[in-house]
Design a protein around this ligand. Sequence first.
Ligand code: NAD
Length: 321
Amino acid sequence: MIIVPEKDIADLMTREAAFAAVEQVFAAMASGDAYNFPVVREAIGHADALYGFKGGFDRLGGVLGLKAGGYWPHNLETHGIINHQSTVFLFDPDTGRVAAMVGGNLLTALRTAAASSVSIRHLAREDAEVLGMIGAGHQAAFQLRAALEHRSFGKVVGWNYHPEMLPNLEKVAAEAGVAFEAVDLPGMREADVIVTITSSFDATLMAEHVAPGTHVACMGTDTKGKQEVDPALLAAATVFADEIAQSVSIGEAQHAVSAGLISESDIAELGAVINGSHPGRRSDEEITLFDGTGVGLQDLAVAAAVVALARANDTAIEVEV
Ligand code: NAD
């Protein structure tokens, strides 16, 4: 098997490779060529940890495997390592033999940022100029860096529940040579694209904060009970998701569906837009909304891409098991 350690991922993986891998696997999901397995997530009763598995099979890409990991809230203070820990295991779909073990921490951020970027590429107006960011934590920096590459944004407007974190966004915008302005929530009406990436359990972005024609990528809500945006915004928007089953159970759509504002059949897969079986955005006035809940196949796709890059660079570590 091939091992790609966490410490090698930053040198090997690129945002372009992550984008291509996630776009391909979303398309494969929509065409029925790839599917995710049921997610396992357990409070293990040790170290206050949440541990689980996300797996799937992409028949087109020939990628089978799982991401194992979770959240250890005391890691940083006790062990000096980050609280989110994950590892991806890939298997040969022809034989079942283990094929690779890949560090999953940085890859998780890259694949999550790639998902919102794929939605921007396929759903945002071509003339989008102002990018809005809600959230300024660890993932937000990756989201912003990736999103800036998919339209000619001239300005970033940012809002965060903890305003003292906004310099995290300002720094990324400055690196990309784009102006940054901290705004209040109504200031988001200036944005043509808005990315939400917070751990909020209450709606902060309300329908009246979003102008007609905006594309909104909701990336923070990945658990039952979490919420970033007003359910009325989903009712007013054309809603897309990475996976509809996750969108209505653990994604942003859980709230609009349980309030009876939209139903499961109102949500389309982003992969269908990539495949051309859904027209995507239909007008410059339409609000499009992507509910990015995060699926195991994204993790497998970027892990397979990094294994290919390690082989091509001759840096792959090969062991017999
Ligand atoms: P982080 O802890 O680094 O940042 C948290 C962010 O949420 C900060 O901007 C913080 O100010 C904000 N926040 C905290 N409490 C809030 C509140 N009550 N109201 C509004 N905002 C609040 O976390 P992170 O690593 O950046 O992750 C952000 C979210 O993204 C988490 O919910 C995480 O589970 C989710 N996530 C989703 C995916 C996916 O695939 N969709 C992948 C990874 C992470």
